[in-house]
Design a protein around this ligand. Structure first.
Ligand code: HEC
Length: 197
């Protein structure tokens, strides 16, 4: 009698536990999705200027181009026949989010760093090596702050802050020719495949 009582209690206990575990399993995902969170890397002054990013060299390296940039520094260099390298960096959180979701999260910031090129330096023979800094260009995605979602900034060699460039300067080309959400993912080897699917 005592034994069957135990069995009965055990059955009742399991019966009570099952709905609880099922309820836990089907509980909705936590509302705060990291992918939807706004990145906080970009810093602005009180009067709305973007402050120069300082640690971008430790971000994710996306690509390097030779003679592929089109901002003021590149135009000035082109007049003298000088070809510049550009190195593109993006915040690590944005890079991971893009690989996962194929969307740049709000707050994403890119830096395009311009460097000179040189060929006559031993033992280099006919290759091109990167030399001194010629400036940085930056883009930030922030729909709440910018009416066109993205804004573009030219910091040159050493400006500590910058105001958004006029739409005709940078925005127009990015809008017309960039593959995904104003960014030139079609030229970024590790992101290309994600852009296509
Ligand atoms: C004529 C077209 C054109 C114009 C104008 C232009 N860009 Fe770009 N931009 C590009 C291309 C092409 C790349 C890809 C560079 C690479 O592959 O190395 C790029 C890449 C970038 C990136 C890296 C992130 C991304 O969107 O892919 C930033 C930041 C950037 N440009 C800023 C600027 C700024 C700031 C200006 C204006 C001062 C500007 N660009 C003007 C064509 C343009």
């Amino acid at each position: 009698m005592r034994r069957s009582m135990h069995v009965l209690l055990a059955i009742l206990a399991i019966g009570a536990a099952v709905p609880v575990t099922m309820a836990l399993r089907s509980a909705p995902a936590a509302p705060a999705q990291p992918a939807k969170a706004k990145l906080v890397g970009a810093k602005f002054s009180a009067d709305g200027k973007l402050l120069r990013p300082v640690d971008y060299r430790s971000w994710r390296f996306v690509s390097a181009g030779l003679g592929m940039s089109y901002g003021p520094a590149a135009q000035a260099a082109a007049l003298t026949g000088h070809v510049m390298f550009d190195n593109v960096f993006v915040q690590p959180e944005a890079y991971e989010a893009f690989l996962r979701d194929r969307v740049w999260p709000e707050g994403t910031m890119f830096v395009l760093e311009l460097r000179g090129s040189e060929t006559q330096r031993a033992p280099n023979n006919r290759g091109y090596l990167q030399t001194d800094l010629h400036g940085i260009e930056v883009s930030v995605k922030d729909s709440a702050r910018f009416k066109n979602r993205w804004a573009y900034f030219d910091f040159g060699m050493d400006a500590a802050s910058a105001t958004p460039m006029p739409e005709s300067a940078c925005f127009a080309c990015h809008k017309a020719h960039a593959a995904v959400d104003m960014t030139f993912v079609q030229f970024y080897p590790t992101l290309q495949k994600r852009a296509a699917h």
